[in-house]
Write a protein that binds this ligand. Sequence first.
Ligand SMILES: Cc1ncc(COP(=O)(O)O)c(C=O)c1O
Length: 381
Amino acid sequence: MQINIVRPFMPDLAELQEDFAQCLKSGMVTNNSPHVRRLEEKLQEYYGCPIRPSVNCNGELALYHLIQAWKHKLGCGPHDSFEVLVPSFTFSGTINALVTNNLKPVFCDVDAGLVLDLDKAVADSPNVRMIMPVGAYGNLVDLEKLGALARAQNLAVLLDNAPAFGSKFKGKFPWAFGFSEMISFHATKVFNSMEGGGNVVNDAEIADYLLRLRDFGQFEKSRGDVDIPGLNSKMTEVCALVGLRNLEKIKRILSLRAGNAARYREFFGGLESRGLLRQMRVAPEVTCPYLYFPIILNEEATEFVRHMGAKNIAVRRYYTANHDLKFYRGRYRQQDLGFTNAVKDNVVALPIHTVMSDAEMDYLFESVEEYFESGKRKVES
Ligand SMILES: Cc1ncc(COP(=O)(O)O)c(C=O)c1O
């Protein structure tokens, strides 16, 4: 048996054929085209939010523009800079989007939920003006606590929720707490449009900037006049079509994932109670769709990765500690990273697909058991 790290959930060609043929015939394949607008309407229905979400060609540019929009709202031009509290333990895309916006990350610790540790992150300089938690594996920080912290320390809040489509806190989406979140619709994600991403925000000014920024910053189309320099990050019709078809099935997708995650939690809970590993802690207030199933081994993960590879099960050493990456090492400030440094080499993301048979899950669980029984495990002293 072979289990890949992801198995993208895709519509059948037959579901798209007619609409795509129509797009090609009309020539309306991009530029605020009908299916892109429809996807935004459907996302608004799904999120139940007062402001229509905007979509982009990928999550990274959606995040880039969200940061740009907030900088502009805070009265800063492209050459101005300030510091941003952000977890070191994330995908490099989080940090890259800040740095390419001329902002400086302050690397902060994560907690047992593998999300920003709000008890430790502190605006320790007047230069810190923003906080950007990451929805790692679909998990969320306590959004009420985040709001209180941001108010007390006068920080703008942006959520890099690339992996967190469908994640909720106390049954509510982040916009309901007043926050802006970016979500990725990449093929590897819970909901996908092949490539894609978008922003769900609760601020009319930010929403307006986002629409311009994805279209070169133009506000006056006939003259092409620009009020903030944007880029081209528009989504194409074919991606919107795939997104629309997948969004129709989102309830089923999320319920299948919840069922699979419950099985994983039961199995890995057993190993955790034997002291062999730790699971990501998910607070009872959080609805987490589990993009991958992360585990924290007691030891460095190389042997585990090799063992699973020999079983034809792809696992990923994901995320990583960005303060340790080649470009970022020593370049920016960091706060106490005790937990991140203790776990960064021990975390492994396991595959958990939307459609996954019982036989596949049993095989994965047996293979993990074998690792612990085989003596392959080299326990670090
Ligand atoms: C935390 C985080 N931020 C940003 C991104 C970028 O999203 P995209 O791949 O859609 O560009 C990702 C993608 O995996 C991510 O995990």
